[in-house]
Design a protein around this ligand. Sequence first.
Ligand SMILES: [Zn+2]
Length: 407
Amino acid sequence: MSAPKINTAQFLKDLADLRQIGLQPDGAVHRVAYSEADLAGRRWLNNRMRQLGLMPQEDAAGNTTAIYAGRQKLPAIGIGSHTDTVPYGGAYDGALGMIAALAVIEALQTANVRLNHPVELINFAAEEATMAGGTTGSQAMTGLFNLATLDKAAWDGQPVRTHMRNAGLDPDAINTAKRQVGDLAAFLELHIEQSDRLLTANRDIAIVDGFVGIRRYAVRFNGVANHAGTTPMNRREDALVMASPLIRIVRDLAVELGIVATIGDFNVYPGAPNVIPERVDLIIETRGLVSDVLDQAADLLQAEVVQLGGVMSPVVEKPPVKTAVAIQTALANACAQQGLSTLTMPSGAGHDAMNMSRLCSQGMFFVPSQGGISHSKEEYTTPADCINGAQVLLSTVLLLDNTLSVA
Ligand SMILES: [Zn+2]
């Protein structure tokens, strides 16, 4: 028995092989959830799992799981990510974490090592927001999936349920994918960073301390529609002019509070070039890891909107989710073992690991994505960074196997 090691050549080959499935002539990877290409990608991965002696199983949401048995009767340490992509996406988002998880199993298998805990590979279904929202598979697994989503329009306008049926799934049974608290000892996910903080800071690995909370506020400004040619400038109540200072205010407030805030949805009515705007509806979105700061942002924004003559009401509030400190520590130790530099940062995007906090302690880490690009055919992570990710995943699993409470 030797120490388990990532077979880097095989790992990079697997990553390249998966990229071929759904590959477009221009280099984009198009494996949208529940499509033919997605199913082909999943079958390919299942086949690789079988080659390692695992028995992949599919649940009612289309998630695939496979267990590498442990020495003791304990809940499994889950590792994995997703193999679906956004329409015309890249080769690393999801794929890297999934293939790295596969490489971890291969390393254990080749070294003939059994851990105390079983290790469970999880290939989540429909992680990308193509099915009227994202993380469909992990929502179903954790009891968060709302059945009303089945009748909503997916990315191509067809209902979500049609896509699931085409993939051979029974949409109405999706919530039978729900698992129990205690099924898993932990869940750990490697992903590409969807930003460029690692590259800017010249660090190897980002340890995610949490997933930001998301708040959205609907803001309305009411003016008076009138003729754009005949109404003098001093006799106008132009809703757009009222709203316009807010755009800058939102940006400056975010910078000041250390959060991110965006107005990405902005509509002017009636929307005719010769009519003074009667109404402006817009959505402010704020994201941050600390609820108190988001509360503070809400109060300040509310005051500014009122000052400008508008009204603001909350429409979405998703609380921040912290990752487990024990897993952050294991990741930091694993990076130290590998001689890799680290940065701790929140994830600005939701991931399956975030939902998994409903079932077990969870953690997540990122490797650099060149140019901070994701959801694009330009997405690229160097082989060296991919390998670093797989090695940290393996080391962390080995550490967690010994530090997670052996009940
Ligand atoms: Zn992803």
